[in-house]
Design a protein around this ligand. Structure first.
Ligand SMILES: NC(=O)c1ccc[n+]([C@@H]2O[C@H](COP(=O)([O-])OP(=O)(O)OC[C@H]3O[C@@H](n4cnc5c(N)ncnc54)[C@H](O)[C@@H]3O)[C@@H](O)[C@H]2O)c1
Length: 438
């Protein structure tokens, strides 16, 4: 069992001796999952791959959602978990359990912060889905509560753990791209008819769709920014300074529903505040720039468009290519990235078979990214070591939601970022995904 005092040690950076392998065998991590919908079920599947992670509690307002998760436990040959359901407050009873070390939160966005605050106050380690918060005030509340309670808290930004992004991180840390100055990133994902992400089949909004009616901002910036933070040493020598955001008019959702449900249908006639394409320009304290797009309501294939550029070269995820000055065979010509992927493979992506049963922990879901992220989070809680992604980084990615909205509303006004490190970014050393090679 992982105790609160030990969490405190890990989060305040005091040396916490890692457990010896044999002691760790007796050290299960007990997990509860709030929100047993689409993502909560998927994360449960990741947890179930880890022998020393025991799911003791499940919570959802909808009993049928928790029942489905119970079925997954049974299929995996795991003991039944206690279910908390039937009311929006049921999760609070779950937090009273003594046999619970970790709470994973996979509920609609507005619930992430209140649930994470309650879980930290109850002495649990928290993993919250993205974004961690919806307002600047909620970001500070999470940070202050983490510091006061000593309960570790991490936002589950999975694209930080992606295989290609980690190989690029290794290359950047080895200096192959020179000094980094600029980056592009995007979340381009057509979700209008991706039932039931935004709307049900009749065009009624889900909790996410409701946000598109109510507000105009970068609703979902964390997947784009995840790898960018470590690539650009954000919070470790550099920091976000300010953001300027513009949005196009909103045509995509109305157009889609006019075609699918008829131009006189209520969803086709409804007013959506959310612009189709949101473009933010982030400037860093060091004088670097990031162009960030949110593009989730026009028909298109999925894309992240990561591009990072330095004084010695450029990497393009969209082209699966790289150009390194004086190294690439042809001057000013792209070369294929896959050989670099092999050469600079991150240690986290080496096969990770469990010595006891030979099961590969990384074989499924987002190409293995989600299992890796969940494994690394639970491993840190279990070993009482710092979490793989800091809460400060998660909050910085999340705060783009309200700041981009403020900038759009202010006619592309530049909005300053809060400093969640309280000045520590100036002296912090890179910490994320340190690889012996880099
Ligand atoms: N990282 C990723 O790749 C990824 C992918 C999908 C979703 N997500 C995130 O996961 C979260 C959930 O998304 P989803 O697609 O699973 O949505 P969903 O609607 O399928 O699931 C949300 C669940 O929360 C439950 N819920 C609502 N209020 C509750 C309460 N008070 N107590 C307990 N349960 C409650 C709902 O009944 C539902 O089952 C969102 O934050 C989303 O952004 C992340």
């Amino acid at each position: 069992m992982v105790r609160r005092r030990e969490f405190l040690k890990a989060t305040t950076g005091a040396t916490a001796a890692a457990l010896s392998a044999s002691a760790a065998e007796d050290n299960p991590v007990r997990v509860g999952i709030i929100g047993n919908g689409n993502r909560g079920t998927s994360l449960l599947g990741r947890v179930l791959r880890i022998d020393w992670a025991h799911v003791t509690a499940l919570c959802d307002v909808r009993p049928e959602a928790s029942a489905k998760s119970q079925d997954l436990l049974q299929t995996a040959g795991r003991p039944k978990a206690e279910t908390y359901t039937g009311s929006p407050e049921a999760y609070k009873r779950m937090l009273d359990r003594k046999d619970l070390d970790v709470v994973i939160i996979a509920t609609p966005w507005d619930l992430h912060t209140p649930m994470a605050l309650d879980a930290m106050r109850a002495g649990k380690a928290v993993a919250t889905e993205v974004p961690a918060a919806q307002t600047v005030e909620d970001c500070w509340a999470l940070l202050e509560t983490r510091d006061k309670t000593g309960s570790p808290c991490m936002m589950l930004e999975n694209w930080s753990f992606r295989r290609d992004n980690l190989a690029v991180l290794n290359m950047i840390r080895l200096g192959l791209l020179g000094d980094i100055v600029h980056c592009h990133c995007a979340h381009s994902h057509d979700c209008v008819l991706h039932t039931p992400w935004y709307f049900d089949r009749k065009g009624n909004p889900t909790w996410f769709g409701g946000k598109l009616i109510d507000r105009n901002c970068d609703q979902y910036p964390t997947h784009s920014l995840g790898p960018v933070l470590s690539w650009m040493d954000i919070h470790c020598g550099d920091a976000f300074d300010n953001i300027i955001t513009v949005a196009t008019r909103s045509l995509g959702i109305n157009h889609m529903f006019a075609e699918v449900l008829g131009k006189d249908s209520a969803p086709a006639r409804r007013r959506y505040a959310q612009g189709d394409i949101v473009t933010s320009l982030i400037r860093t304290k060091r004088g670097n720039t990031i162009v960030l797009n949110n593009d989730m309501q026009l028909p298109r294939p999925y894309d992240n468009r990561w591009m990072i550029q330095g004084t010695d070269g450029v990497y393009s995820e969209e082209r699966n290519s790289i150009y390194l000055w004086r190294r690439s065979p042809q001057a000013h010509e792209w070369e294929a990235f896959p050989p670099y992927q092999d050469r600079y493979e991150h240690a986290w992506w080496k096969p990770m078979a469990d010595p006891k049963n030979g099961k590969d922990q990384l074989a499924a879901g987002h190409g293995g990214t989600d299992p890796l992220m969940i494994y690394k989070f639970l491993e840190a809680v279990r070993n009482r070591t710092p979490l793989p992604l800091s809460l400060e980084d998660g909050l910085l990615m999340s705060v783009v939601v309200p700041l981009s909205g403020q900038s759009i509303a202010g006619n592309a006004k530049a909005i300053d970022f809060p400093d969640f490190t309280r000045g520590a970014w100036k002296t912090n050393k890179p910490y994320f995904a340190l690889d012996r090679k880099a």
